[in-house]
Design a protein around this ligand. Structure first.
Ligand code: SAM
Ligand code: SF4
Length: 322
């Protein structure tokens, strides 16, 4: 079992397999970065897998593949297969913008993927285009249909932004519900890469909008999940992820690995350690030591939730994987 420096049990590894993306979401990567990480600096799937095995042997039981856009990385299904064959009962999920899912969903499912989070901020083509700066909606909707039809569990992620997609909170809820998918609204997290002057809806504002049409009750937080869950009268559940609230980090169980091999203890903080040398040498013990050191230094809480402190992260979401 992995325990961090604050006594929290850590069992969830998020792996960003690329920082590249085919969208330019205003809140994440509004412009192409000055330079991409050169391909030769990316860890191979074999190197990433060595670390995955170390993590699983130490107690990791949930892995999420993310990015950038993870479906841009060739042969992702092979990496998924390596993991699912090593531990068949691992909770293995992927977060994607959905654009390339129509072509890949079946392969991913066959490789052992169980669940997908698909980002969907709008059901209006022009608003989806405004947010991602590309005409994406038809392909994303096709991708969602395909994922459902091959039997993958699908959850939607939406970042409601004031003056942009804030009028679609209910429409997105009803769309998700009509297809038996869950939806999570994520409060916009301030970071220095996002477009200036973006303002997200906060937890209370999202609840207020939904409350104008539906009665619902809070049903708490699934342990270690950042989402607060709510239930409509007919039993349908939706979630809100509110990193600005103080309880967000209390039972945080996750660490993040970037495509270059930086192991990051918290989405907000600059500190990180590289596993690259250890895995490229095939040194399992050194990789395990990096893991333990990063856990020992995992901060108690992010700074979005600390009143009055710097509330803009220096970390790019496309690098850490969100
Ligand atoms: N490209 C994939 C996607 O968009 O789903 C995976 C990577 S993306 C960084 C992972 C999640 O982070 C997405 O659901 C996205 O909406 C969310 N995200 C990115 N930037 C964010 C921000 N500044 N605040 C809140 N959520 C953000
Ligand atoms: Fe790309 Fe996902 Fe970031 Fe949008 S949120 S720019 S799709 S990595």
């Amino acid at each position: 079992m992995l325990i961090d420096g604050h006594g929290r049990s850590v069992s969830y590894l998020r792996i960003s397999v690329t920082e590249r993306c085919n969208f330019r979401c205003q809140y994440c990567m509004p412009e192409k970065p000055f330079s991409w990480v050169p391909k030769e600096n990316l860890l191979s799937f074999e190197d990433l897998f060595l670390f995955v095995k170390v993590g699983i042997d130490e107690g990791i039981n949930k892995i999420r593949i993310t990015g950038g856009e993870p479906l841009l990385r060739a042969d992702l299904d092979k990496f998924i297969k390596m993991i699912s064959e090593y531990k068949s009962d691992i909770d293995l999920a992927l977060t994607t913008n959905g654009y390339l899912l129509k072509e890949t969903a079946k392969k991913l499912k066959d490789a052992g993927l169980k669940r997908l989070n698909i980002s969907l901020d709008s059901l209006k083509p022009e608003i989806a285009k405004q947010i991602s700066q590309k005409d994406v909606l038809p392909k994303v909707l096709d991708g969602i249909e395909e994922a459902l039809s091959v039997g993958l569990g699908v959850k939607l992620n939406c970042v409601p932004l004031k003056g942009i997609n804030d009028t679609e909170v209910i429409d997105l809820l009803e769309f998700a519900k009509s297809k038996d998918m869950s939806i999570r609204y994520i409060e916009y997290m301030e970071n220095k890469f996002a477009k200036d002057k973006l303002q997200g809806l906060n937890d209370d504002e999202i609840q207020e909008i939904i409350g104008k049409k539906y009665n619902f009750k809070a049903v708490g937080r699934v342990e270690s999940s950042p989402a607060h869950l709510f239930e409509l009268e007919d039993g349908y559940r939706f979630g809100i992820i509110d990193p600005h609230k103080h309880d967000f980090c209390e039972d945080c169980n996750r660490i993040r690995l970037t495509a270059e091999g930086m192991l990051i203890p918290c989405l907000y903080f600059d500190e990180a350690m590289s596993i690259k040398e250890a895995v490229q040498k095939g040194d399992v013990e050194a990789a395990a030591n990096v893991l333990k050191e990063v856990l020992a230094n995992k901060p108690e809480k992010n700074k979005w939730s600390s009143d009055g402190e710097n509330e803009t992260s220096n970390r790019a979401f496309y690098e850490t994987g969100g």
